[in-house]
Structures are given as structure tokens and as C-alpha cells.
Design a protein around this ligand. Structure first.
Ligand code: NDP
Length: 290
């Protein structure tokens, strides 16, 4: 069981990770390119490494959290090779970047996990934080006890890019929801009404109820069968009331328009009697994977 962990990169997120490890009682070594950033953590009980090599070799598990993959690759290239030390890269990036980092890290003898942090720094170590991991199962099992203190660990798969893909998919879902919220807020505000009470009393309960419909839509998408529905697409695009009302209110419908266009295309393709979830079929340029 690993009892030591190193954190490389002490920005807002890396510092939160490191202080959580310290508070959990792990023997924590820290390193940051700009040295001063380690001071607060050292005062709290972390060991400040004199250089990157020392930080890398000090612990069983090395957590890397720097600004982007270019920086992560630079850190990796400057760090000493190892014989199976687990390097956990929590730097945000694309699946392709995760795969290429993992390959480069393996070439240097490390075991490697890629991670996607689903939390802001203040939530690290709290009940709402979770972190997605992908990479070899043995590496995950070896590091799991250390990683658990950051937030609920979720092992996605042994495919190096999978944690990143899930991370970005969750963010895509979030941005879609926020886009809808902003459009709704602009409409309500255009009539001189307060957004706060509309949101508290109506939008949050409405969206919460609609969230309950996602699992059924997800099953349709998994089956590729959209036939069963109480809300056929043709009915939903029989008019563009949202677009027209927005224009009349002086509100741009640019957040909603692309979705409306996809729904219309799906109807034009002959799927008007089906469920809206069928628009997902229009999003694949290479066809869905088997
Ligand atoms: P910050 O901008 O606060 O910190 C960036 C860190 O990267 C600093 O420690 C910086 O070191 C280091 N760095 C930059 N370039 C290099 C380099 N070439 N070599 C070594 N170190 C380098 O970012 P965060 O801590 O907020 O984010 C870190 C990662 O965590 C990002 O990938 C981010 O997407 C991800 N993340 C952040 C979240 C957040 O809410 N903050 C949420 C989820 C994920 P120096 O001090 O020397 O500049």
C-alpha cells in the first residue's frame, strides 16, 4: 500500500490536491516550477523537493497537475525514468493528448494513469468531487488508496484516452445546459422580470424533472431505436415559436438555433414520428462505433 505521494504542479488545482494529501496523512512531497508556490504547503507539513528529480523519486505515486499537456510533456521529459512508478496525469486535455502522454511515460518506464478531475479546487476532498481515471487496471489498483482522498475515484477503462473523453463529455453536457439557461434568462429579462425567482421557482424544478427523462433517451440511443415517444420530433418543429419569440423580444436565439436546425433535418430525413434523441444520429461524421 503506498503511503507516499508527490504532487508536481502547485497551481490552484495542484495545491488543493497536495493539501488534501497532507491532511489525509500521506507523506507528501511537492514541487512547482516557480519555487515560491510550495511554501504554504511546506508550512502545512508537505516536503518541498529541491528539484523535479527528487519529487519524482520521493514517492510511490506521482501526481502531475500542470496547465496543459505541453507542460506535462515538458515535465515528463525532464524527469528521471523509473521502474514502474505510477504517474497519474491529472492535467486536462484531449483523449489524443492523454494517449500520447501515456505512451511517452511508458517509454520511460512509468506506469501511467490519466485522470479527469470533476471538481473545482475548493471541492477537492469533499463529498461532491469525483475523479475519472483510465489506464492499466493494475496501476489504478496500486494508486487507488491514495487517489480516493481527492474525491470519489471512478475507473473508466484501460483505454488511456477514456477518462478524458468522459470528462469532456460531461463538460459538453454541462455547457449545453448552461446555454439553455442563458437563453431562458435573456428571454425572462427581456420582459423586465427577475431571473433569480424565475430560476429558483420554475427553471430548476423544470430542468430537474427533465433530467429524469435522460435515462430513457440514453436507452434509445444505445439501441439506435427512437420509435417510442410521446413527443414526436415533427410536433416539436411544427413551429419555431422559441426562435420567433426570441426575435420579437430582441433576444438572440443563437444558442438554440443549431439544435432546432438538427431537429428539422431529422424530420426532413423522414424521422418526424420519432423521439428527439434521434438527432444524435446526425452528430456522427464517421458513424457510431459498434
Ligand atoms: P494554474 O494556472 O493555477 O496552475 C498552472 C500550473 O502549471 C502551475 O503550477 C504552473 O507552474 C504549471 N506549469 C505551467 N507550465 C509549466 C511548465 N512548462 N513546466 C512545469 N510546470 C508548468 O492551473 P490549475 O492548477 O487551475 O489547473 C491545473 C490543471 O488542472 C489544468 O490542466 C486544469 O485544466 C485542470 N483542472 C483545473 C480545474 C480548476 O477549476 N482550476 C478543474 C479541473 C481541472 P508555475 O507556477 O511555475 O507557473
Amino acid at each position: 500500500t503506498p503511503t507516499s505521494v508527490s504532487v508536481i504542479g502547485l497551481g490552484a488545482m495542484g495545491s488543493a490536491l497536495a493539501s488534501t494529501f497532507v491532511d489525509a496523512g500521506f507523506d507528501t512531497t511537492v514541487w512547482n516550477r516557480t519555487a515560491g508556490r510550495a511554501d504554504g504547503l511546506v508550512a502545512r507539513g508537505a516536503r518541498g523537493a529541491g528539484d523535479l528529480a527528487e519529487a519524482f523519486t520521493a514517492s510511490d505515486v506521482v501526481v502531475l497537475c500542470v496547465v496543459n499537456h505541453e507542460a506535462a510533456r515538458a515535465v515528463l521529459a525532464a524527469a528521471p525514468p523509473s521502474d514502474g512508478r505510477v504517474v497519474v496525469n491529472l492535467t486536462n486535455g484531449t483523449p489524443q493528448e492523454a494517449e500520447s502522454f501515456a505512451a511517452a511515460a511508458r517509454d520511460r518506464g512509468h506506469a501511467v494513469l490519466d485522470g479527469g478531475i470533476m471538481a473545482v479546487p475548493e471541492l477537492i476532498g469533499g463529498p461532491h468531487a469525483f475523479v475519472l481515471y483510465s489506464g492499466p487496471r493494475e496501476a489504478y489498483d496500486a494508486a487507488r488508496e491514495v487517489l480516493t482522498v481527492l474525491g470519489r475515484p471512478v475507473y473508466v477503462s484501460d483505454d488511456d484516452g477514456a477518462a478524458s473523453l468522459y470528462d469532456l463529455s460531461l463538460l459538453a453536457g454541462m455547457y449545453g445546459m448552461l446555454g439553455g439557461f442563458f437563453h431562458a434568462a435573456a428571454l425572462v429579462r427581456s420582459a423586465g422580470h427577475g431571473v433569480e425567482s424565475f430560476t429558483d421557482e420554475l427553471l430548476v424544478p423544470w430542468l430537474s424533472a427533465m433530467l429524469g427523462t435522460l435515462p430513457e433517451s440514453a436507452r434509445s440511443i444505445d439501441r439506435g431505436d427512437y420509435a417510442e415517444t410521446g413527443s414526436p420530433l415533427a410536433m416539436q418543429v411544427a413551429n419555431d415559436s422559441i426562435g420567433e419569440a426570441s426575435a420579437a423580444q430582441g433576444v438572440s436565439a443563437e444558442l438554440y438555433a443549431p439544435l432546432h436546425a438538427l431537429m428539422q433535418r431529422r424530420v426532413d430525413d423522414g424521422h418526424g414520428a420519432e423521439d428527439m434523441a434521434g438527432v444524435v444520429e446526425l452528430l456522427h461524421s464517421r458513424g457510431a462505433a459498434a
